[in-house]
Design a protein around this ligand. Structure first.
Ligand code: FES
Length: 127
């Protein structure tokens, strides 16, 4: 069973072999403390530095490349845009802010963010 290690908060989450899980969704559901704002690849608030297991992550898509730029080549990923299929370990700055304040305008308003969190925490939402 693969494990995602959230080193900054000393949390670890196992998931079934053969699954592809969204990194931010796992972090929210398990209260692992990854900061986030838009959950759609716009703000960059949920960037995580991959210390192990880069091969277990989905290839970055255009939106993530555009948002992270050279940070991507340095080992950073956006949790909301990344799917995990095997063991990996991550760190981040618990106080990190959006990469680009202009992108925050496109972020979810806080009420929508709360709804998203609630939905991702609900037991019947399994994807
Ligand atoms: S939460 Fe992932 S880019 Fe905004």
């Amino acid at each position: 069973m693969p494990t995602i290690k959230f080193l900054t908060t000393n949390a670890a989450v196992d998931f079934p072999d053969g699954d592809d899980v969204n990194l931010l969704r796992v972090a929210i559901r398990n209260e692992c403390g990854v900061p986030f704002r838009c959950a759609s690849g716009n703000c960059g608030t949920d960037r995580v530095y991959v210390t192990e297991g880069m091969d277990s992550l989905s290839p970055p898509r255009r939106r993530e490349r555009d948002r992270l730029g050279e940070l991507l080549d340095q080992g950073w990923r956006l949790a909301c845009q990344t799917y995990v299929s095997g063991d990996c370990a991550l760190t981040w700055d618990p106080d990190q802010k959006p990469l680009d304040e202009r992108a925050v305008d496109r972020s979810l308003p806080s009420a929508a963010s709360e709804r998203l969190t609630k939905r991702w925490l609900s037991e019947d939402d399994t994807a």
